[in-house]
Each structure stands twice: as C-alpha cells, then as structure tokens.
Design a protein around this ligand. Structure first.
Ligand code: FAD
Ligand code: SIN
Length: 531
C-alpha cells in the first residue's frame, strides 16, 4: 500500500507538468504504464499553438479560429481561458528548459497549420513533443517530492463501491480514494491511496485499426472513470489526421506527416495529380482537419484508391531538412525522398476530442478526482480540435488543477479501510487467443463502421457486436488473474461503446461526426453528448 497527497496517472505533458506544480505543495506519485517517456506527447510533431511574438496575431483571432474549428460546440468561456492563459504556460515550459526553434532574429519561429488564421505554432523543428517530454521528465526526476512509478498499470479507481456500497450513475457524492494498480515487475496489484487523484492517461487511438497513437493509447482513464460511474462527454468526435504515411503492414502506429508540412506549402493531390482541396473548401489544404480528412476519404472512394498524395516538392530542400528532419529521415528510410517525390498519405485515428467531463478547474463528476490532457473533455475542442491546441490545453489545465487543489487538499482524509485487491478463485489465462482476437475485432469493427463517414445502420450493427464482445470479455475477466492485455481490451471495448453510443445519439452531422443519415448541423443538437 502507498499513501500520497497527490496521485497522477500518466507521464505525458499533462501528468508531468502537473506533478512539477503540485510538488511545491505536497508529495506526488506519478504512475506510468510502460517506460516514463512512452506517451502520445513524445510523438507530437507540429507544435503548440499560442499567441506569442507575432504582432499581427491576437487572442481574439486564436479564439475565433478555435470556435470555427469546433463547429458550434466549443465552450467559449473555456476557449477564452485556454487562449489567454496559454502564453504564460509556454514561458513556464521554456523556463523549465524546453528549447524551441528560433527565427533569424532569435525570436520564436512561428508557423501555420490548418484552421489557423495566422502564424502561431511554437515548435522544436518537427520533434516538439520529444523536446517537451524529455525536458519535463528531467525536471521530474530531479524533484525529491515526486515519485515516478514506471511499469505500473492503473486498473480501477477506488470509490465507495470498494467499501461494499452500491454505487450507480446517479449516486450523489461518489468519491475517489486512489487506485488499484498492477506493478508489472512483481505482478501484484497494489493499493495507492491519495487525497487528490488525477487522470492524465491520454487518448484512445488503439480503438481503431490504424492510428498515429503509440500502443499505450487504449483509453484507460476514460474507461476507468466510466466504470466508476463518472461522466464522459462528446466521444463521437474522433479526429482522423488527414496525413498519416501510407505504409502497408505499418498501420499502427502510423507515422504522421505533420500538418506543418502543409503549413509550409505542401499540397494534396490525387492519383491524376489534381490538387483537389480547392473543390472542397476555400481554405484548400489548410482547412480544418475534419474537412481535409473527409475530402481525402471522398477522393479515395471516388478513385478506388487506398491513399492520396502529399506533394512537398515545392518546399526548398534546405527548408525540408531544417524544418522536418524527422519526417524527411523517416520517409527516406521507407524509400521516399520527399524533396523530389510525392508522399502517399491516408487518414488515421489521431485524437479523441471527448473524454472525462471536467469543469473549468479540471474537476470531474467524482469528488477528489481530476482529469487533464487528452483524456479530459474541457469544452475547448467542441466538435473538432484545432491543430496544436492539445498540448496547450494540457498545460493550461494542469496549471488550473494545481491552483484549485493546492490549498484545500490538506483537509481531505486518506481512507485506509479499503480492502486489498482480491483475486481468489481466479486463474492464469489459458485462452490468450481470446484477448488478441477480441482486440482485433473491436479495431476492425470501429474502422469499418464508425470511421470518418457513419450511418445509423452501421452504428446499430457495431453496438450489437460490441455487446457480444463485452459480455464474453467480462466473463473471462471475472475468472482470470489480472493482466495488462486483458485490462486494455476491456478499456478499448468501453471506449468503442462510448464512441458508438454517442455517435448514435447525435442525429446531425457536425464537425468530426459525419453521418449520411442526417444533414449538417441541427440547432436542436447544440449540446454535449454526456454518458
Ligand atoms: P499522453 O502524452 O498520451 O500520456 C499518457 C500517459 O498516461 C502515458 O504516460 C501512459 O503511460 C499513461 N497511462 C495511460 N493509461 C495508464 C494506466 N492504465 N496506468 C498507468 N499509466 C497510464 N498535439 C498538439 O497540440 N500538437 C502537435 O503537434 C501534436 N502532434 C501529435 C502527433 C502525434 C503523432 C500524436 C499521436 C499526437 C499529436 N498531438 C499533438 C496530440 C498530443 O500529442 C496529445 O494529445 C498529448 O500529447 C496528450 O498528452 P497527455 O499528457 O494527455 O497524454
Ligand atoms: C501535426 O503535427 O500535424 C499534429 C498537430 C496536432 O495534432 O495538433
């Protein structure tokens, strides 16, 4: 058993930046399911959006761009908070040691991405996430108030349910006391008790067969909160990045070709060489992501092709090497010289706009439980996230959580009478094939039926199939010793259910949710889908 003031699950930008802040006020434990740096954060390429040293830019322009991308569902108060607090959080990141690309004048080099009306993306060439993750980890490792437990897998949130009380969605005052986590080295489940617990568990890309997300992104935090009867919102808004590298046999994780490449002038072309984006949107290749991904999907279907092309040959070879060293090298490693050849690209699941419902302080519907980063639904993204607003949101909300809990946490008791994990009567799994097979089945179902274009018939079919897989997996879970693989399977089933159910509830097309059954934007659906 461990006891701590603050327990943070996740060591990406959200978890680590919050840990550094909370460490000024109490003892912090950070759990991470594999190695400390393995997180979506490490793979971020394009950068962080914020209004910094560009005198043509303004908070109002960034706010409007975010609201336009969000297609009517952003919470404007949250957008204003994130945009206006963002620059201070970037300065803090720089003070912690993050080093971003500079221009000839020695100022931050700001670039443009889809949906942005001005240059405001702060970046470290095309490895922004790695720079941020490494910097934060370095600071965390030096900090005596933070314990980083790697290869610890959080299984479930402790609530009154663990004291034998019946808890359901409507139960008032559901309270979080910490988590049960599997120590992967000892294979024992440990109880970690805390005054304040924070989910910073990232996204759920692996619900789909092709994703830009690393293997760790299985929606664990979202699923744990849902199972603990907390509120989850807007899961139908799944963002497919328009340009993942088409590389048969390497669908997951799919290598990302950053939107910043289009920001530097690259153009999407079909197999006839036509620059097709002008047919779909006046902003052409720099339209918001939902529009570009749908346009690619439509061109692929129209021409019966498995991919489209991204033509970056008009960017100078010198600029490519300076701005996109990672992408350039990766393309070369698979035989594509992006200075001279078009890159084959295809949309892939990239980001979940919905997640654990939180208020403006990052507080969930469960007492003493907070959430930030990709697993949270703050209201910033609405129906579609604006490029590079995710890292920004994680930093701003980590700060806000710290400000909210730093004074009051001391009076929260640690509940020591929660019984230990009980696995009597369970055995080691013999049917490993069930886990692998059901995992694949969920991914294929979701990719085939709940992708970029949806309809009710397919959603209903998916829900029926998911129900069977769910029942079979739960049966297996009850009699089997806990393992990471089985827990991740349960979590992706839960996230798949949340995405499909939410999609079914929204009887309109809006932002990232596009259905052939309902027309574009119905004023009656101007609200969040909450489950
Ligand atoms: P993550 O960085 O994903 O961290 C999640 C952490 O939770 C990990 O440490 C993981 O081990 C831990 N965890 C999860 N489940 C458990 C569990 N059960 N037990 C213990 N630990 C657990 N956004 C931008 O704003 N700009 C970009 O340029 C950009 N580029 C991107 C490029 C790629 C290829 C990808 C995949 C995403 C990109 N994004 C970008 C999105 C952005 O990177 C993520 O949304 C963001 O990094 C999420 O940060 P996070 O801290 O919430 O989660
Ligand atoms: C990219 O570099 O295209 C990813 C940016 C993002 O996901 O915000």
């Amino acid at each position: 058993m461990h006891k701590t003031d603050f327990l943070i699950v996740g060591s990406g930008i959200a978890g680590l930046s919050l840990a550094l802040k909370l460490s000024h006020y109490g003892k912090v434990i950070v759990l991470t399911k594999t190695s400390p740096d393995e997180a979506n954060t490490k793979y971020a390429q394009g950068g962080v959006a914020a209004v910094m040293d560009n005198e043509n830019d303004s908070f109002e322009k960034h706010i409007q761009d975010t609201l336009i991308a969000g297609d009517g569902l952003c919470h404007e108060d949250i957008v204003r908070i994130v945009v206006s607090e963002g620059p201070d959080r970037i300065r803090e990141l720089i003070e912690w040691g993050a080093s971003f690309s500079l221009n000839d004048k020695g100022e931050l080099d700001l670039v443009k991405e889809g949906g942005h009306s001005d240059k405001r993306i702060i970046h470290a060439a095309d490895y922004t996430g790695k720079e941020i993750e490494n910097t934060l980890l370095q600071r965390v490792k030096e900090n005596p108030n933070i314990l980083l437990f790697d290869h610890y897998f959080a299984i479930e949130i402790l609530t009154q349910h663990h004291l034998g009380r019946y808890v359901h969605k409507g139960t008032p005052n559901i309270t979080c006391y910490g988590v049960f986590a599997l120590n992967k080295q000892t294979e024992k489940v440990e109880k970690i008790l805390s005054k304040i617990t924070v989910m910073a568990t990232g996204g759920c890309g692996n619900v789909y067969a092709s994703t830009t997300n690393p293997k760790i992104a299985t929606g664990d935090g979202i699923a744990m909160v849902f199972r603990a009867n907390g509120r989850i919102a807007n899961m139908e808004f799944v963002q497919f990045h328009p340009t993942a590298l088409y590389h048969p046999g390497h669908m997951s994780p799919a290598f990302l070709i950053s939107e910043a490449v289009r920001g530097h002038g690259a153009i999407l072309r079909n197999h006839e060489g036509e620059a097709f984006m002008q047919k779909y949107d006046p902003r052409k290749d720099l339209a918001p992501r939902d529009i570009v991904a749908r346009a690619i999907d439509q061109e692929m279907k129209k021409h019966g092709k498995e991919y489209m092309y991204l033509d970056a040959t008009q960017i100078s070879p010198e600029e490519i090497k300076i701005a996109f060293p990672t992408i350039y090298q990766h393309c070369l490693s698979v035989g594509i010289d992006m200075r001279k050849e078009w890159i084959p690209v295809v949309p892939a699941m990239h980001y979940i706009c919905g997640g654990i419902l939180v208020d403006e302080h990052g507080k969930t519907s469960i007492h003493n439980l907070y959430a930030c980063g990709e697993c949270a639904c703050t209201g910033l993204h609405g129906a579609n996230r604006l490029a590079s607003n995710s890292l920004l949101e994680a930093l701003v909300f980590a700060h806000r959580i710290c400000e909210h809990v730093k004074n009051d946490f001391k009076t929260i008791p640690i509940l020591e009478n929660i019984p230990d994990w009980n696995d009597s009567g369970t055995t080691y799994p013999e049917e490993w094939i069930l886990i692998a097979q059901n995992f694949k089945e969920v991914q294929n179902l979701m990719s085939s039926y709940v992708g970029i274009v949806r309809n009710d018939l397919r959603l209903e079919r998916t829900l029926r199939r998911l129900d069977l897989i769910y029942k079979e997996t739960e049966e297996f879970y009850k009699k089997t010793k806990v393992s990471v693989e089985l827990c991740e399977l349960r979590n992706i089933i839960t996230c798949a259910f949340l995405i499909t159910k939410s999609a079914k509830l929204r009887k309109e097309s809006r932002g990232l949710h596009y259905t052939t059954d309902f027309s574009y934007k119905n004023q009656d659906y101007l609200y969040d889908t909450i489950l």
